[in-house]
Design a protein around this ligand. Structure first.
Ligand code: 6PG
Length: 254
């Protein structure tokens, strides 16, 4: 484990170990949260990296270790497509986890990203969060865990370089126009992400090596590398990375 800026780095041999360590963290945090609050609130990341983690959590090796009836699943971001679209993060999670683990339907809070009116969709999800977490006016919900990935451009969730959502300081959920895709995405905002008790990045592969060095060791340039915006106010931050993604880091590991 290597201490860096406001987070730890957990160096793993390969993507399999990243998923395994991610599953161990999920189990530990679920146990701790359920012991203290009788629930575990987690926002899931999308993309391809977490597929293996979700499959592992649903596997015989881990499924029985998670108090699924107390788990409340949310998403960190979603593509603005129907829930059965091949690009949907929800669909990916349904195929790898929801259909295989005994999660209660009423505890799955999908982003309504299929709505034509993206602003309304973001506002609707924000209301879902406010209602669930019952935070006082002006307060911010605190997830027990937010899982994140990182793109090779340094984005996380759907907080892409140079996009408007990077500047959002009030809302919990934003409809963010992403020029590079010519589409909108729904995303949790930086203030909400940084309110979490635990934030874990899962990052693998040599395509992430140079941007991970920029994010962790480079100048603070969050417009260029939005993952640098993730600095939990009071929570724990960990980067669970494989050797390929960590290849360009100058840090030495114990
Ligand atoms: C998404 C994700 C996104 C993802 C990164 C990394 O909707 O795509 O939430 O932030 O985590 O793009 O994606 P990979 O894990 O596929 O590299």
């Amino acid at each position: 484990m290597m201490q860096q800026c406001s987070g730890d780095i957990l160096l793993c041999r390969d993507p399999e170990e990243v998923s395994h360590r991610g599953a161990e963290l999920f189990v530990r945090l679920a146990d701790e949260a359920v012991s203290s609050t009788d629930r575990f609130t987690v926002a899931l990341s999308g993309g391809s990296t977490p597929r293996a983690l979700y499959a592992l959590l649903a596997s015989d090796q881990f499924r029985e270790q998670v108090p699924w009836s107390k788990v409340h699943l949310f998403w960190g971001d979603e593509r603005c497509v129907p829930p059965d679209h091949p690009d949907s993060n929800y669909r990916m999670t349904r195929e790898t986890l929801l259909e295989k683990a005994p999660i209660l339907d009423e505890n799955v809070y999908r982003m309504p990203a299929e709505l034509e009116d993206h602003i309304r969709a973001a506002a609707q999800y924000e209301q879902t969060l406010k209602t669930f977490f019952q935070v006082p006016i002006g307060g911010l919900p605190s997830f027990d865990l937010i899982l994140l990935g990182m793109g090779d451009d340094g984005h996380t969730a759907s907080l892409f370089p140079g996009t408007a959502a990077l500047e959002e300081t009030e809302r919990l959920v934003a409809a963010n126009y992403v020029e590079k895709f010519g589409t909108y995405r729904l995303t949790l905002t930086v203030p909400l992400i940084n309110q979490a008790a635990n934030v874990a990045f899962l990052i693998t592969g040599d395509s992430k090596a140079s941007v991970l060095r920029e994010v962790l060791e480079g100048e603070h340039q969050p417009e260029r590398f939005p993952s640098q915006l993730v600095r939990p106010v009071k929570g724990q931050l960990v980067f669970i990375v494989d050797r390929a993604a960590a290849n360009d880091l100058t840090l030495s590991f114990s």
